[in-house]
Ligand binder design. Structure first.
Ligand code: GH3
Ligand code: MG
Ligand code: MG
Ligand code: MG
Length: 303
């Protein structure tokens, strides 16, 4: 059964023929979709840039630029390449249809279209898009703490490194390792340990800016990559997090009653100005700093 999950979906219809657009608008609105109409490539891209579009209905032949070249432009842009596209055309030029599908169009519908069939295909494309988004989120998220998992963290940091090199600003990377965490598990059980990990991830995420990248890179090891922040700002953020954790009572169930426990974290921080070499190198250096923080008493940040 194909089920959609959002309250509303925005469909952008692109066609140079105004009457085609009005017909589509009528059918799509009747089916409960929000509809935007564009009769040129320019206005299509204006909508794409300014509005969250869930699906594109794209006419194959448009004056000036063919639908195929618009399709290529969208698929080449990582901002838009996830948007499902259904091509529409009155011509039965099979080479064009095959070319569109090969270029990444999700589906093709002949004009004049049968509105029931168009709506059914459109819904299928939307369902498939939602499933893809869900799977991508699952593949990138740590199941327990909901922060980025190790693989996703690495790929996001690599993007951040490229951006930092391009824009010539420094990048900071901090590694966090909970102190004596084995003891928490030994004394209170693995489930309580899990709860403490979730609580730490919440505090960690709250301590940094939305555009900093937070990830769980091992059992009780986390890392944060800070874009465009000085070493002092990065240090302050790490310290804020460390102190917040130290002062946060974590409630766990133990021996049939609720108990409050306190945990601490050690932090290793490094910062690098462009040209930044690579992720592994930064992580190794942060890990070395973390080792120093552990050696020198734990519950501290080493730079
Ligand atoms: P240190 O201060 O030197 O880091 O001591 P530690 O005890 O934290 O370090 P150690 O590496 O000896 O132990 C890490 C512990 O983290 C052991 C392991 O059971 C626990 N751990 C790792 N992943 C999970 C998890 O997903 N859930 C729970 N509950 N515990 C975990
Ligand atoms: Mg046309
Ligand atoms: Mg560890
Ligand atoms: Mg530890």
């Amino acid at each position: 059964m194909n089920v959609l999950h959002k309250d509303s979906y925005t469909i952008l219809a692109v066609d140079d023929a105004k009457d085609s657009l009005l017909l589509l608008e009528c059918d799509l609105q009747q089916a409960g979709y929000d509809v935007l109409l564009a009769d040129s490539t320019e206005s299509a891209f204006e909508y794409l840039k300014s509005t969250q579009i869930d699906l594109l209905l794209l006419d194959m032949y448009m004056p000036g630029q063919t639908g195929l070249s618009i399709l290529m432009k969208i698929k080449a842009d990582s901002q838009f390449d996830h948007i499902p596209i259904i091509m529409m055309s009155a011509s039965n030029d099979e080479d064009q249809v095959v070319a569109a599908l090969e270029l990444g169009a999700n589906d093709y519908v002949n004009k004049p279209y049968n509105s029931k069939i168009l709506l059914a295909r459109l819904k299928n494309s939307l369902v498939l898009m939602e499933k893809t988004i869900q799977l991508e989120a699952l593949a990138n998220t740590d199941f327990l703490t909901k922060v980025n998992n190790r693989g996703s963290f690495e790929s996001m940091v690599n993007k951040a490194i490229n951006q930092a090199n391009r824009e010539k600003h420094a990048l900071a990377l901090a590694m966090f390792d909970l102190d004596f965490f084995k003891k928490v598990n030994d004394k209170y059980g693995h489930e309580s340990g899990d709860k403490a990990l979730v609580e730490f991830a919440r505090i960690l995420t709250a301590s940094f800016r939305d555009y900093d990248v937070v990830g769980r890179i091992g059992g009780e090891e986390f890392a944060v990559c800070m874009l465009n922040s000085t070493i002092k700002e990065a240090f302050n953020a790490c310290e804020r997090c460390r102190q917040l954790l130290m002062n946060s009572a974590i409630q766990i169930e133990f021996d049939g009653k609720i108990e409050e426990i306190y945990i601490t974290v050690s932090v290793g921080l490094v910062s690098e100005a462009p040209p930044i070499n690579d992720y592994d190198d930064m992580l190794r250096r942060a890990d070395h700093m973390l080792y120093q923080a552990k050696e020198n008493g734990r519950n501290r940040t080493y730079v």
